[in-house]
Design a protein around this ligand. Sequence first.
Ligand code: ADP
Length: 587
Amino acid sequence: MFRSRFFWRLFLGHAIVIVLTIVTIGALVVRKHDDDLLQRTRDGLRGQAAALSMLVRPEATVQEFDREAFVREVADDTDSRVTVIRRDGVVVADSVADAATMETHATRPEVVAALEDGYGQDVRLSETTGIETLYVAHVPTPASDVVRVAVGIRSIDEDAAVMTRLLAAAGAVASLLALVISAYIVRRIAVPLEGMRSVAAQLGQGNYAARVELSGASRRGDELGDMARALNRLGYDLSQRVANLTADQERLRAMVAGMVEGVVAVDEDDCVTFSNHAAREILGIEREASDQPLSELSHIAGIDALLTAARQSDSAAQCELEMSVTDEDAVVRAQAHRFNDQDSVGVVVVLQDVSEVRRLEHIRRDFVANVSHELKTPLTSIRGYVETLLDGAIDDDDHNVRFLEKIENNVLRLNHLVTDLLSLARIESQQGRLPLQPVDLHALLEEALRRHEPSALAREQRLVVEAPAGALRVLGDREALTQVIDNLIDNALKYTPDTGAVHVRVQQSEGSTLLEVADDGVGIPQEDQARIFERFYRVDKARSRAVGGTGLGLSIVKHLVGAMQGTIELQSEPGEGSAFRIVLAAA
Ligand code: ADP
C-alpha cells in the first residue's frame, strides 16, 4: 500500500487541506484574540483614566492631598503607569519617574488628542521607561488636567503568546487525528483501486486470468465493490472469448495446414505472411522464407499479375500457372482473394497442383482417340470386304472364301480388342487391388504350356519351362496370373522369329518368387522400353497388327501385377531378345 503512488497522492492532498485549514483557523483565532485583548486592555485603561481624572481634579482635592503618592498607589495596584499632566503639558505627577525632571508632554499624541476630544491613545516606545507602551489619556472636563494611564505592550503579548501556544498544541493534536483518520479513509479507497488498476493493466497485457481479489475493501457492497465485481466479470468474459477465438484459430490453422491445396497469404507489399505445407511444396519455398515478396520467392511467371487482379476485384481472380519445380513441369491452378488486414489489403492465394489432372485428361483423350482408331481400322476393312462381296464377289469362287476369311480375321481382332478393353476396364474398376490367395504356379505353367505349344510347334519354336521341383506357391489371383503368363508367352512367341526359343523360368528366394519370360526374338529398342507398358503403345505398329496385337497386352499385364502387389521389369536388347521379370510374394 505504501508503495502506491495513488495512496500518497490522495493522502498528501488530504493532509495539505487538513493542515492548511487548521493553521488558517488557528491564525485567525490568535489574531482575533490578540485584537480583543488589546481592545479590552485599552478599554480598561480608559475606564481607569476616567475614574482617576475625577479624583485628581485640583478643585476636588484637599490641600494636603498628595497627588504623587496617590498616583503611585493606584499604579501599583493596577500594574500600570499613571501620569497626571497639566493642560500646558507640564507633568504634575508620575507613578514611575520624578515629575519635576520630566520634560513637557504637550506634544505626546495621546495628550494632544485628549485635549482636543477628551480622549486619546498611542502605542510607542516610552522615553521614560524605554519599553513598548500603550498610552490612554483622558480629560473629563474642558478645564481638567490630563490623566494618562499606560501599560507595557509586552505584558499583553505574553498573554497572547500563552493563548497561541495553547492553540498550536490543540491544532497539532487535531491535525494528527485528522491525518490518521484521513489515512484510514484513503487506504480504504486506494487499496482496492490499486488492485483494480493492476488487474486492468494485466488484462490489457493479455493475462486474462487476472482477477481482483474479492476480500476486505473489494467485498463491500458499495461502488468500489461493484466495480471490482464488474472487472472480474469482464476478465471472465474476455478469457472465454479469447479461448473461443484461440480454439477457432487453432481449428482453422489445423484445417489450413492439413489442406491438400496450398494456401499463401501476402501483405500489402506482396510479402508472404503465411504459407501452409502444401503451398511450400508447390512453390518450392522454405518455411523460413517468409516476409519476402512472393514473386521473388517462387519465380512463377504470372503470380504478380494474379495478385494485382485480386486487389482490383471484389471477387476471386483465377489463373493457371505453369512452373518448373524440380525437373517436371507442373500446372498449378491459382485462385486469389483479397482481404482487409487492419489498414492494409492482403491477398490469400489458394494453389492446386493440377498437373496430374491434366496428365490424366491427356491420357484419356489419347486413349479415346486410340480406341476409335483401333476400332475403325478393322471395321473399315470389314466394310470394304462386305461391299466387295455384295458387289458380286460373292459369286467369285476364286476369292469369296478369302474375303470371308479376311472378314473373320478382322472380327477376331475386334473381339480381341474389345476383350482387352473390357479386361482393362474391369481391373480399373477394382481400383488396382485384387484379393490375394496362394496359387500353385506348377499347375498354371503346365496349362499355359499346353495352350501355347501348338502355335509354338507350328513355327518350330521351343517353349521351355524351367521351374524348381516341389511346391511353388505364390500370393496372387489365379485368373490374373493366367492372363499375365498367357500375355507374356504370347508376346514372346509373336516377337520371336521361327525356330526361336522362349524360356519361362521360376526362381524362389526368401519370401518372393521370380517369374521370367525370356525370348531370343527381335528385342525392344532402349528408347521404347519406358513406354512399352502404355496403352496402345507399340514399337512397330504394322508388325503388331500383322501378328494380331492390340497394344493393350503389356498394359493389362502391368495393371494385374500391380493389383497383386508385385513388380515387373524389362530387360531387352534389339536383335538379342527380351526378358520380362515379375516378382510376387511367395505364399
Ligand atoms: P501387342 O498386342 O501389340 O503385342 P503389347 O502391349 O502386348 O501389345 O505389347 C506392346 C508392344 O511391345 C508390342 O507391340 C511390341 O512392339 C512390344 N513387345 C511386347 N513384347 C515383346 C517381346 N517379347 N519382344 C519384342 N517386343 C515386344
